[in-house]
Design a protein around this ligand. Structure first.
Ligand SMILES: [Zn+2]
Length: 495
């Protein structure tokens, strides 16, 4: 039999469309069944429009010369041919009967047909109709839902308050002064790499009242960073920090790009367990082996001595093995402490002045597009709105961009002063938050020189560190990316 395939055009990737993967199966099925595929007509959102109203399919089902070229219309499922309601299914049945064409589906439906096949067709038709009733009811509920948008129900999140809407009957959500002041900084601190716990401590130090609880917790900060209300979209909460559809628009306190960056910063951050408590070794998380670059961790020997030991390359999995480098913990802690305590240079803080890369607006449009597809709008409305969004997106993509300006601000505080002001327990956390990396090796000057000769961790111009009491210490204070570190260490060692 000669078949015409009614298929769906799908969005395969951003800006790229093609044959829906299910419809690709229609072709394979036709070949297996020994049919000859005459043409594949691909239309967007096929099932919601009658075949003779689809741009690609229309000529094939209305123009006699084309209609003479095939015997049957094949679709992946019945929903590619009919919307599911009786009216649209009857219409295609009538069309097939009048033009002596068959209707086929990959899951084995045949029309016109008799006996067992006839029953299958009828049953499928009824199921499709039931489904159609269900989804049209869903659609009615959805529109009622959307009409009720921008009316506040429930308690607004921290940093917002409810205010009477223009209609005087309902309530809307507006930022509080506290929200305007602190929300943007909470997000920028998170992007800069500060932990939720540290942001919570900062908020407490500012005397800001926490949401619900009596004190600020890291979890409250995380909930703020995950809540889309702060970019102007109060959303349905699915679980603790997972949100769905927008239910209320409000004034944003951060833009969409900032919201996404903060969320990513939170997700990408290495998980810190209770280890980050007081008993964590001072150099844990910032110490690496000078010989092989692997991380060094605290160990206690069976004689009760405490060391930092090279732990080997984390990527080597089960075969992970250190190079044998071990340095006494108290010796190394004291050396690092003494070294930083001598640095008179000021701590520089990184401030980022945002340029215009239109990322925020593009992010907005991306969100709008995603939401649009979930609204089940009628085809023409969907297409019109999508066209608008695409045009706006293309306009933004073609605009000139201005790069972010990264500025270094002198905090006026020297490393020596900062270090002296920190308690023993705070020093480790500060080293980690400042992004300071420390390399150490127990060995002779000859060992260190040999590593340097091989081009090890130092550049060719760097003098290898001096071995003191059998330990070489190296703090490459400029060795981390500027934009990522909350502090920028511009270090000049005093004579
Ligand atoms: Zn090592």
């Amino acid at each position: 039999m000669r078949v015409l395939i009614a298929a769906r055009l799908s969005q395969l990737a951003e800006g790229q469309t093609g044959l829906d993967s299910q419809d690709a199966e229609s072709t394979a099925w036709a070949e297996r069944e020994g049919h000859e595929v005459v043409h594949v007509a691909m239309d967007r959102k096929s099932g919601t429009t009658a075949p003779w109203d689809r741009p690609q399919l229309r000529p094939w089902v209305t123009e006699p010369p084309k209609m003479a070229l095939y015997d049957a219309v094949l679709a992946y499922r019945l929903d590619r041919l009919s919307r599911g309601d009786n009216e649209s299914t009857n219409a295609i049945e009538d069309w097939a009967a009048k033009n002596s064409k068959q209707l086929l589906t990959v899951d084995g439906l045949v029309f016109p047909c008799e006996g067992k096949d006839g029953i299958r067709w009828d049953v499928t038709k009824r199921i499709a109709h039931e489904e159609w009733l269900g989804s049209s009811e869903k659609y009615t509920r959805m529109t009622a839902y959307l009409r009720s948008q921008n009316k506040l129900t429930g308690k607004p999140p921290w940093g917002f308050q409810s205010a009477p809407a223009e209609d005087g009957k309902h309530k809307v959500m507006v930022p509080t002064d506290i929200g305007r002041k602190y929300i943007p900084e909470i997000f920028s601190r998170c992007i800069a790499g500060e932990s939720a716990a540290s942001i919570a401590r900062w908020l407490a130090s500012q005397g800001v009242r926490p949401p619900l609880a009596s004190a600020w917790h890291a979890s409250a900060v995380i909930r703020i960073i995950r809540n889309p209300a702060y970019m102007g979209r109060r959303s349905a909460r699915i679980s603790d920090a997972v949100y769905g559809k927008t239910i209320l628009r409000c004034e944003p306190l951060v833009d969409a790009a900032t919201f996404r960056r903060a969320g990513e910063a939170l997700t990408d951050r290495p998980k810190r367990g209770p280890k980050d408590a007081k008993n964590r070794a001072m150099l844990a998380g910032c110490l690496a082996c000078l010989r092989c670059g692997s991380p060094m961790y605290r160990i206690t020997t069976k004689y009760g001595h405490v060391y930092y030991r090279c732990h080997g390359n984390p990527k080597s999995g089960a075969r992970r093995k250190g190079c044998g480098n071990m340095v006494r913990l108290e010796v190394l802690d004291a050396m690092v402490s003494e070294r930083i305590g001598r640095v008179r240079a000021h701590i520089m803080e990184t401030r980022i002045k945002r340029g215009h890369d239109h990322k925020a607006e593009l992010e907005e449009i991306r969100l709008e597009m995603r939401e649009l597809t979930s609204l089940d709008l009628p085809d023409d409305e969907f297409d019109a709105r999508m066209r608008e969004l695409r045009a706006e997106r293309d306009r933004l993509v073609n605009l000139k961009t201005k790069r972010d300006e990264v500025k270094l601000i002198d905090t006026g505080i020297s490393y020596a002063a900062k270090w002296a002001g920190l308690s023993g327990a705070e020093r480790g956390a500060w080293l980690r938050s400042a992004g300071i990396r420390v390399f150490a090796l127990k060995g002779s000057q000859a060992d260190v020189n040999a590593i340097a000769a091989k081009g090890g961790l130092f550049g060719p111009e760097d003098t290898p560190p001096e071995v003191v009491d059998g330990v070489a210490l190296f703090i490459p204070t400029l060795g981390f990316p500027l934009a990522k570190a909350p502090y920028h260490v511009k270090l000049t060692e005093p004579r």
